[in-house]
Design a protein around this ligand. Structure first.
Ligand SMILES: [Zn+2]
Length: 580
């Protein structure tokens, strides 16, 4: 046995999936998918083939099979026995209503309230709950797929659409994904969605009542694509469409190729959150094109993508805004490092995740520490030489899977001695942040920092952008005296603020400070959004104080069915940790 990935049963000695053909029938009554999949191999194979599955009922297969009992984290190994010279296998199966990749929303959980909605979220290791597969990013696969859905609804997929056929009450939508992807990028949604054109290669999909506001918020997407191509080379995925998800979507965005999924929380009317679109677009190069070989090297996806995101922001909005975002990231990193004080090994860039659930290891650390490492390399080499390095990395590993060692080898080859000079070992294999690292500096940043510790004057507060307010609040030492919270709120009406990023930064600080006047609003936010970036700090803040701890439990008991399975798991973990 030679496993490729600590989170997959895929074995390097066995057959390798090259492509698959998938047919899914969507049932909103039973909350299940009935699937047929044919896996095609890169070369004829024989003997054992282990596939990843989670909570699947295997109804039949073209070869003998054994479904082993589930292991925690990995799920159930589906052991197939391939006769000599097997080139393909067919499997028939059903998903569970509890499939970890799927969220089935009732009509009242959508914007219109009229139709149900279904979406998938396969990263990190949830594709196996939708389709039996070799669920490791080390094995890239192309696919074709059909979605059989109620005719009143639309199926969309992170793939090229081939058309829709209506058959009475049902409709079948067909797709093909010609570019090979890691299985975690398999994605689809079914619901009442319509689209608006944004540019020559982009449109936005959303529920009808949301789509026009979404089109206004994201109208700059083509200039973002052009800026990204100038920085990182041609866009390889043909389309960059966007899908605005229902509010329970657990992430800011998910970089599903050809169709990025976005939280509706980004639609603020002031374009203050378009950096998330820049982030997901950047993944088209870093992550989707050059992919971490497994979750132990997640920083190669996310650290590079934060770096790329802020380069796009700098090109489009200027260095001041990029510096503000870098400073915000640094505040979040410091908080995250403090939270991992008891598990410092998870704050290395290169992690050891055998026996660790990637969703549990997930944090901002690979994003922001990875970013700081790359900025430190850029500052050491100068931008021009660093850009050569970056382009070499992207072109040498195009449509490939990479490890941290691959990156160190590239550094050593292109810039001999550089890993030692920047103490790469400390960045990659030691916890926390090395003493010497790049730091953002800008006039606006200094101005915001200069105000931390006192109540801004009315003029100062009104001159802040949403991002500057957020930075001010994140940088304010917590807890504050309750009177200071009340003074801030009276002067600037922060509790009434509509920008969710800024609102959550404020509510977190006020809750940590014991300001009971904000708790109603905290409850409302926890009931409205399922984005983990909001849930985690607010639940943590409530759980940190004995007087608000019971409220956290009450809210979770009530709102839990509205949260995505991944979010339910994460919040449950916070509650358990708080009662331990
Ligand atoms: Zn990302």
């Amino acid at each position: 046995m030679a496993r490729l990935d600590p989170h997959s049963y895929a074995d390097r000695a066995q057959a390798v999936t090259k492509s698959f053909d998938l047919a899914l029938e969507v049932c909103f009554v039973s909350h299940t998918l009935r699937g047929t999949v044919t896996l095609h191999f890169a070369a004829p194979a024989a003997g054992t083939l282990d596939l990843d599955t989670r909570d699947l009922v295997i109804e039949g297969a073209s070869v003998p099979f054994v479904l082993h009992p589930a292991e925690p984290i990995l799920g159930s190994r589906l052991e197939l026995t391939l006769p000599p010279a097997t080139t393909a296998v067919e499997l028939r199966y059903r998903t569970s209503p509890e499939a970890s990749a799927l969220q089935w929303l009732f009509p009242e959980q959508t914007a219109s309230g009229k139709h149900p909605f279904l979406f998938s979220q396969c990263q990190a290791i949830h594709a196996r709950s939708v389709v039996p597969c070799q669920d490791t990013p080390a094995i890239r696969q192309t696919y074709s797929a059909s979605l059989d859905v109620p005719a009143a609804l639309r199926g969309v997929m992170a793939a090229a659409p081939l058309g829709r056929q209506e058959r009475g009450e049902r409709a079948v939508e067909r797709f093909v994904m010609p570019q090979p992807i890691p299985p975690y990028l398999f994605a689809f949604a079914v619901g009442e969605v319509v689209s608006r054109e944004l540019g020559p290669r982009s449109r936005v999909w959303a529920e009808p009542s949301v789509v026009d506001a979404a089109a206004r918020e994201f109208e700059g997407v083509e200039s973002m694509l052009e800026a990204a191509e100038r920085l990182f080379g041609p866009y390889d995925w043909e389309r960059f469409d966007l899908l605005v998800m229902p509010p329970s979507f657990p992430y800011g965005g998910m970089e599903n190729p050809r169709l990025t999924f976005l939280t509706p929380a980004l639609i603020t009317g002031d374009k203050s959150q378009v950096n998330v679109v820049a982030h997901e677009l950047s993944h088209s190069w870093t992550g989707n094109l050059v992919t971490n070989a497994n979750a132990e090297h997640f920083w190669l996806n996310e650290g590079f993508t934060v770096f790329a995101e802020r380069r796009i922001l700098e090109a489009l909005e200027g260095a001041e805004l990029a510096a503000l975002h870098a400073a915000l990231g640094r505040e979040e990193l410091d908080k995250s490092l403090a939270l991992f004080a008891e598990r410092p090994e998870l704050t290395r860039l290169r992690t050891a995740l055998t026996g660790v659930d990637p969703d549990e290891a997930f944090s901002i650390v690979p994003y922001e520490k990875g970013y700081l490492f790359l900025k430190t390399l850029e500052a050491t080499l100068g931008r021009e030489r660093f850009d050569v390095l970056l382009k070499t990395w992207l072109s040498e590993h195009r449509f490939g899977a990479v490890t941290t060692s691959d990156f160190v080898a590239l550094l050593e080859r292109c810039e001999p001695g550089l890993p030692q000079r920047v103490n790469a070992a400390a960045w990659l294999d030691a916890p926390g942040l090395p003493a010497h690292h790049w730091q953002p500096a800008s006039a606006r940043l200094e101005r915001v920092r200069g105000l931390v510790g006192r109540l801004p004057t009315a003029a100062e507060g009104q001159s802040f952008t949403a991002t500057e307010w957020q930075l001010f609040l994140e940088a304010t030492p917590s807890p504050l005296p309750v009177e200071a919270c009340r003074a801030l709120d009276t002067a600037f009406a922060l509790t009434a603020c509509k920008n969710p990023e800024l609102l959550v930064a404020w509510l977190t600080l006020a809750t940590e400070s014991g300001d009971a006047a904000v708790l109603g609003r905290v409850e409302e936010v926890l009931g409205r959004f399922g984005r983990l970036k909001y849930l985690k700090p607010l639940y943590r803040a409530l759980l940190a104080r004995p007087d608000t701890k019971p409220l956290a439990r009450n809210i979770f008991d009530r709102e839990r069915p509205r949260y995505h399975p991944i979010a339910q798991q994460v919040v449950k973990g916070l509650l358990e940790a708080a009662s331990a």
